[in-house]
Design a protein around this ligand. Structure first.
Ligand code: FPP
Length: 247
């Protein structure tokens, strides 16, 4: 039975988040510049997005650039931004053809103007697509996001539109960048690192975590299927006992 056939289409995670890691090491292993690792990571992005859309997954969030990534050498930051612009420009037709909506989370105001404009155009063009949402985390970190949410809550309290009794988990969720998305049920990280690295800290409270040794540029649809198969074999208890779960 093929890997794809082993997947139960009725028990898919609604939202999969991916920490794409290992581009630099992939390049180093081959004696190439780090930037080539990023360029080769685009194929893995395409495979992942295609596989997720074909299976029927509703949301995929990719950690494309963290707040901390701004501290990388300037030429690498520039190369990543250019790669983002050229990839969006090239792939926007494929997004339309496959009815995929593009969204972003993060501090987009930090992005170079051409990058911001390209993203906004693609978001606008794809906004009515309903098959799947591809959400890119750009200039994103979870602590930045939570801090923004707290600032918004403080401003509401100062304006007299929020009392402490009204601060609920739902309110906190509604103030995050992911307000209109379900929480990820599966988080994948490549390259053998077992860390969350400031990604979606609030939203992954109950997510299943899946780690693979594969470096991101080598990640293919079969590897994505492996992650889904692993997710479906697990018992998600949400704090209950095994006996309380109705199978
Ligand atoms: C982590 O590898 C990867 C990134 C910081 C960037 C990921 C970006 C892409 C795959 C480019 C295209 C993306 C889109 C969405 C168009 P690393 O550099 O941290 O690798 P290392 O840990 O081996 O050094």
């Amino acid at each position: 039975m093929s890997k794809q056939d082993q997947i139960d289409k009725n028990r898919l995670p609604g939202h999969v988040a991916v920490i794409m890691d290992g581009n630099g090491r992939w390049a180093k292993q081959k004696g190439l510049k780090r930037v080539l690792g990023h360029q080769n990571g685009v194929k893995a992005v395409r495979d992942t997005v295609e596989a997720a859309a074909e299976l029927g997954i509703q949301f995929v969030t990719l950690y494309a650039f963290s707040t901390e990534n701004w501290k990388r050498p300037q030429y690498e930051v520039n190369a990543l931004m250019e790669l983002l612009v050229s990839t969006i420009r090239k792939e926007v037709k494929t997004l339309m053809k496959n009815e995929i909506r593009l969204q972003t989370i993060g501090n987009l105001r930090e992005l170079p103007k051409n990058c911001y404009t390209e993203l906004m155009e693609a978001i606008e063009l794809t906004r009515n697509n309903t098959r799947m949402t591809l959400n890119l985390a750009l200039s994103y970190s979870a602590r930045w996001e939570i801090t923004q949410a707290m600032k918004k809550a403080a401003a509401m309290a100062e304006a007299g539109t929020l009392t402490s009794e009204e601060v609920t988990e739902e309110l906190v969720s509604s103030l995050l960048c992911t307000a209109d998305m379900p929480d990820p049920e599966l988080m994948i990280r490549t390259s053998g690192e077992h860390r969350i690295s400031n990604f979606l800290l609030w939203q992954i409270a109950y997510a299943e975590l899946y780690f693979t040794e594969k470096l991101w540029p080598d990640f293919r649809r079969e590897d994505f299927y492996d992650a889904i198969i692993s997710y479906q074999r697990r018992e998600r208890r949400f704090g209950l006992t095994s006996e309380q779960i109705v199978h």
